[in-house]
Design a protein around this ligand. Sequence first.
Ligand code: AN7
Length: 342
Amino acid sequence: MTASHVPLIERYRDRLPFAPGDPLVTLQEGSTPLLRAPVLSEMVGAEVRLKLEGANPTGSFKDRVMTCAVSAAVREGAKAVICASTGNTAASSAAYAARAGITCAVIVPDGKIAAGKMAQTLMHGARVIALAGNFDRALVLVRELTETHPIALVNSVNEFRIEGQKTAAFELLEDMEGDIDALYIPVGNAGNVTSYWRGFTEMGASPRLYGFQAEGAAPLVLGHPVEHPETVASAIRIGNPARWEDAMTAMTQSRGSIRSLSDTEILAAYRLIASGEGMFCEPASAASVAGLLKYGTDGAERVVCVLTGRGLKDPETALENNDGVTIHCEADMGALEEAVLG
Ligand code: AN7
C-alpha cells in the first residue's frame, strides 16, 4: 500500500497513543496533497505550497482529530459522541460516528454554520442542536454537559485528542524533506496551530508559525476574549479559544506571530486561490494565504499555507464572492453566440 491508502493512525502509530489491536475508526484520512502555488510564489518571491487539508474524507483537517477521538471513544466503550462546532468538527464527528455505528450530537451556533457542513452533518444522521448562542457558549455548555452525562466529548480540548492533528506536520516534513521555513495557518479555537507545533517539535523542526485571525474575531491578537465575534469566515468565528496559552507558546517559541485580517482581505485571497491557482478552499482557510500576501515572508524561502477546508463547504459565500460571471441566455444560436463571445 502507498501512504495515501494507509489510515492515519496506522501510518503514524508509533507516534500516537494507539496500540495494535485497538479498535480503529477510519475513513482513510490524512496523507493529503502538498500543491505548488506558482501564482502566489511569483507574487511573494518565495516557494509557496498549499497543504490541502480539504482533501480529507469529510473535506477538512478535522478528520485527523476524529479518527483519534472516535477510535478512542469506541475503545472506552462510548455509545455516543458530542461536540460543539463552527461546522467542520460537526460534519467530521457525524461521519466518524456513523462509521463506528454510534450516535452523534453536535451543538452549533444557530444559523451560523455553512450550508455544506450542515448538509453533511444531517446526512450522517447526527442530532443537530442549533444553539441560540455562539461557538464559545456552545463549548462551555458541552463541556459542562459531558461532566455529568456519559457522552464522549470529541472537541480537541484535551491533550490526547489533539494528537491526531500533529500528523499534518509529520507529512509536511516528509514531503519537504525537512526543509520548511514558515507555516501560515488560520486560527480559531487554536487547536490546529498548537498541534502543528507539537508535531514539528517532536521531529526536531522549527519553522516559523504565522497564525491569522479575522479582525472581528481576533482575541489572540487583541489579548482579550471577544464577546461577540463576527466574520464572514464562519469556521473561525470564535472569541475565546480553548488553546489560548498553547497557541501563544507555539508562535513565540517558533519566532512567528499572530495577526489579523479584514474580511475583505480574506475574501480577496479566497477568490485568488480559486481563480489563480485553481484550488477552491473555504473562507477561513484563505486566511493563511491572505496573511502571506498582507504580511509577507520575512525572508522565508520555502513556505506552506494550510488550506484547512474545502470550498464546497460554503456555497453561499462562494456564490456571493467570485470572479466568475453568469449570463442568462435565450435558447437560440444568436443569443448563445452573443453570450459566449460578447
Ligand atoms: C476550515 O469545526 O472550530 O484554530 O468547530 O473549520 O484549530 O480551531 C473549526 C475550525 C480553521 C480553525 N479552518 O482551527 C469547528 C472549528 C477551518 C476550520 C479552523 C477551523 P482551530
